[in-house]
Structure formats: C-alpha cells, structure tokens
Design a protein. Structure first.
Length: 73
C-alpha cells in the first residue's frame, strides 16, 4: 500500500487515536479509508433507482401540464 503523507500535527493526532483504540496508525488510516469508501458506495444511487426517479418526474410533469391545460390526456 502506498504511504500517505500527512502533516506532522495530523499524524500526531492519528497516532493518539490509534493508541487509544489499540491499533497501529496504518491500520487506523486503512480502516478510515474503507469506512469512507463504503459510505460513498451506500449513498450512490443505482441505475434502477435513477430510472425510477426519472419515470416519476416525467409522470409528475405530464400531470402538471395536463392540469394546466397545456397538454391533453
């Protein structure tokens, strides 16, 4: 794994947290990266979700246009 260079004050804080959690600083940094990537994956919408959202938006716009008399049913 490539090394991550951090400013000394930041690395000192990482070391402090690592000591408190009983892990090595490298393990702690790896854990933080993995947690953050996992959260990003959990937040990313799927293609199916985007398609469903698109259909809902299209239907809502069509209904609004029909109600405004700008489009026939």
């Amino acid at each position: 794994m490539p090394s991550i260079r951090l400013p000394k004050p930041t690395m000192d804080r990482v070391r402090d947290v690592a000591v408190a959690e009983g892990v090595r600083p490298t393990a702690l940094k790896r854990q933080w990266i993995e947690v953050r990537l996992s959260r990003l994956e959990d937040q990313a919408p799927t293609v199916d979700q985007l398609e469903s959202l698109s259909l809902l938006i299209q239907r809502a716009v069509r209904e609004e246009l029909e109600e405004a008399g700008l489009r026939s049913a």
